[in-house]
Design a protein around this ligand. Structure first.
Ligand SMILES: *[C@@H]1O[C@H](CO)[C@@H](O)[C@H](O)[C@H]1NC(C)=O
Ligand SMILES: *[C@@H]1O[C@H](CO)[C@@H](O)[C@H](O)[C@H]1NC(C)=O
Ligand SMILES: *[C@@H]1O[C@H](CO)[C@@H](O)[C@H](O)[C@H]1NC(C)=O
Ligand SMILES: *[C@@H]1O[C@H](CO)[C@@H](O)[C@H](O)[C@H]1NC(C)=O
Ligand SMILES: *[C@@H]1O[C@H](CO)[C@@H](O)[C@H](O)[C@H]1NC(C)=O
Ligand SMILES: *[C@@H]1O[C@H](CO)[C@@H](O)[C@H](O)[C@H]1NC(C)=O
Ligand SMILES: *[C@@H]1O[C@H](CO)[C@@H](O)[C@H](O)[C@H]1NC(C)=O
Ligand SMILES: *[C@@H]1O[C@H](CO)[C@@H](O)[C@H](O)[C@H]1NC(C)=O
Ligand SMILES: *[C@@H]1O[C@H](CO)[C@@H](O)[C@H](O)[C@H]1NC(C)=O
Ligand SMILES: *[C@@H]1O[C@H](CO)[C@@H](O)[C@H](O)[C@H]1NC(C)=O
Length: 407
């Protein structure tokens, strides 16, 4: 009886999917006869469909990419790998369907082989989301890609149609090498990115990737930073608000880590920087010296909560402490220079005094005179050089003061 059901043997099925430039091969059959037949793959949707010559209630389908395997159990003759299970297929993939019938396991498989010349697909593809809803994607043309290659970027949210890049950025040859989006939404989602291309010379391979959007977000800086210093306690309390996020509802207070960097930039040689990582939204800065000027910056990253674990943007520098600090040191430097000049002048004066008497004694001898003339000239030069150093220093100081006043 069962023999009459006629287990149909596997057959080759070669299909060309122009959208993905791929050859799909229905390959090796594990048994000479299998109830699973006509296995086909839609690579765009990662959807398998097949026929069965016998009634089987449960199938198991799997997708293999490199060492990665995703498996699913279905109760009819279709199987689709959703974004959560899927892997990129630009390097090829193997799909399998298995079923148990009459205590025997049967399977059929189909292999996806991307077409096109090796080395023509894009390389170093990467995207970054910034300022909450902006996204830039960049890539390099493949090494074997002809000069006339034109790449196109598509992205697809789960359960939505794919959308093309709204704004390409071109290189000198006019090739698309980057793309910018202005209204990225649903940063919680995992999104499918596809870059395909066309050329008159060669068939271009495509590149694809699944990206958890939140992982590529560059967080905005912490906002509303305040610094409250106490001269008596020699410490400052720094407080801030968490970065703005597009996708986090409710209280996300526990979700961040902050890095706070405080530079003591009294002068460039003695400047020191200290850096601390905290999880609270405040920090107490010890060893505060009211005479000094400090600059502070903070950045954030996600700790848990599906927030990017890469450091975000630094906040704008905030200055606190003594704003006159740099002016003070500059004044001291000026005073020292002035003192030095006076000293030199005095030395010259006394030398001259002694000399002039010598000069009177040995007036016919010209040599010493010349020497001292030289000495004079040299000193003058030195003084001049010092004087020339002065105006820029003074100018800088003035500029800094003006900036302070405006703030
Ligand atoms: C099940 O397999 C056995 C042999 O393993 C065979 O005798 C029998 O006819 C098969 N039954 C069906 C329904 O195919
Ligand atoms: C496979 O497809 C062919 C033609 O599309 C059809 O004739 C055949 O019955 C199918 N096989 C099964 C087991 O349904
Ligand atoms: C197969 O079953 C799934 C649910 O398990 C259903 O969503 C799908 O529409 C079914 N497909 C067909 C072709 O009946
Ligand atoms: C492309 O590279 C793959 C391995 O990465 C190799 O198996 C295949 O034969 C190459 N194809 C061509 C046309 O060189
Ligand atoms: C891609 O990046 C790697 C490492 O950063 C680099 O070695 C390689 O040359 C880059 N590829 C292209 C086409 O620029
Ligand atoms: C962020 O985007 C908003 C518009 O959404 C714009 O007004 C603002 O200038 C941008 N900020 C930065 C730092 O780029
Ligand atoms: C994104 O691309 C635009 C346009 O090329 C550029 O002005 C901007 O600096 C880029 N931003 C980031 C964060 O890469
Ligand atoms: C690239 O993919 C898109 C979306 O699947 C498709 O519409 C387009 O025809 C493809 N272009 C090339 C050159 O393959
Ligand atoms: C930040 O400060 C401004 C005024 O300084 C205030 O209007 C705003 O509500 C504050 N933002 C937050 C998140 O507290
Ligand atoms: C700064 O801290 C002191 C106590 O340390 C407090 O009395 C004062 O109100 C604070 N000032 C601001 C602006 O928060």
């Amino acid at each position: 009886m069962s023999a009459t059901l006629g287990f149909i043997s596997m057959f080759w099925c070669i299909m060309l999917f122009p959208m993905l430039h791929a050859v799909i091969l229905d390959t090796e059959s594990k048994s000479s006869s299998s109830p699973i037949a006509n296995l086909t793959l839609n690579p765009r949707k990662l959807k398998l469909t097949w026929d069965s010559s016998v009634t089987v209630t449960e199938y198991s389908c799997s997708m293999h990419v490199g060492l990665h395997m995703a498996k699913k159990t279905v109760y009819n003759k279709t199987c689709m790998f959703n974004t959560e299970l899927a892997q990129p297929i630009h390097k090829g993939a193997l799909f399998q369907v298995q079923a148990m019938y009459n205590h025997t396991s049967y399977s059929a498989e189909v292999r996806f082989i991307p077409q096109g010349m090796n080395g023509t697909s894009v390389e170093n593809f990467s995207c970054v989301i910034y300022n909450i809803s902006f996204m830039n994607c960049t890539w390099k043309a493949g090494r074997n890609a002809p000069e006339d290659t034109k790449y196109f970027l598509f992205l697809k949210y789960p359960k939505e149609d794919e959308q093309e890049c709204p704004h390409y950025i071109r290189d000198a040859l006019g090739r698309h090498i980057a793309c910018s989006f202005q209204d990225v939404k649903d940063i919680k989602e995992k999104v499918y990115f596809l870059v395909n291309g066309s050329s008159n010379e060669l068939e271009i391979q495509f590149y694809d990737e699944y990206i958890d959007l939140y992982k590529i977000e560059k967080l905005t800086p912490p906002s509303n930073i305040t610094v409250n210093c106490s001269e008596e306690q020699l410490q400052c309390t720094v407080q801030w608000k968490q970065p703005h996020l597009s996708h986090l509802e409710g209280n996300a207070a526990e979700c961040f880590e902050y890095q706070i960097e405080i530079r003591n930039n009294a002068n460039s040689e003695e400047s020191s920087t200290e850096s601390h990582t905290v999880t609270r939204r405040s920090y107490t800065f010890q060893n505060y010296n009211g005479e000094k000027k400090y600059t502070l910056q903070i950045r954030a990253k996600g700790d848990t909560c599906r927030i990017s674990e890469n450091w975000g943007e630094w906040s704008e520098p905030i200055e606190f402490g003594n704003p006159d600090d740099t002016v003070l040191t500059a004044t001291i430097v000026l005073l020292l220079i002035a003192l030095g000049t006076i000293l030199v002048a005095l030395v010259i004066f006394f030398l001259c005094k002694r000399y002039c008497s010598l000069k009177k004694l040995f007036s016919p001898v010209p040599q010493p005179k010349n020497k001292f003339d030289e000495l004079f000239q040299l000193s003058d030069k030195n003084i001049q050089r010092e004087c020339m150093d002065l105006p820029p220093t003074k100018y800088e100081t003035e500029e800094i003061t003006t900036v302070e006043e405006i703030k």
